[in-house]
Design a protein around this ligand. Sequence first.
Ligand code: HEC
Length: 209
Amino acid sequence: MSNNSSFWKRFLHFATKAKEIEKEDEILLDHDYDGIQELDNVLPPWWLWGFYITVIIAVIYIFQAWYFDSYNQQKELEAELKIAAEEVEAYKKANPELYDTSNLIALTDEASLAEGKVLFETKTCVACHLGDGGGSIGPNLTDEYWILGGGFENVFNTISKGGRPGKGMIAWETVLSTKERQLLASYVLSLKGTTPAAPKAAEGDIWTE
Ligand code: HEC
């Protein structure tokens, strides 16, 4: 403990160069303001070195920022924006279906259709189109008549962008992911030709590919 404290003392002395209390007389200035006196301590080395270092850094910084063209904040920003743009590009490339829906096609494998069915039943489509797609508020999805156009592209588009204003079919693109809408459109198309329990009368026009 005593060792520690003497090390600590020496360290403090090294960092502050403070005069020992017993020797304060040596640096006592002869000012005396109503009994308040002043010690002429040296600037503490820890502070002084910090100050020198900031001065050195400031000089380097001035040259770097104003006179050398190698680096400045504008360039740093540009470099970071470039990296960000590359990352966006890479992400778009890795997830093409998120940005370009023109190549989407109807999925016909059983697993996808099963997934589409689950979405259809859980994402409230059933509330207006019924579980078997026979239709109630929304039109019958099992017949070959389409109000907004049949075929994958139109159906996907209707689900994404919604129906005609005021009809009740909202745009789902902000609610459901591209993948979910693709699965739903695929499932809806797979309902064609099935026989719902209470099919709603046909609306729209016959659609032929
Ligand atoms: C609030 C009721 C409602 C809900 C919920 C709803 N729809 Fe609709 N849907 C409609 C109505 C009404 C129309 C007809 C729109 C029009 O006439 O413009 C429609 C039209 C459609 C059409 C086009 C039909 C055609 O004949 O062109 C598709 C496909 C469709 N909905 C799929 C879905 C899917 C998938 C969901 C679930 C994500 C869903 N709908 C949820 C009411 C609804």
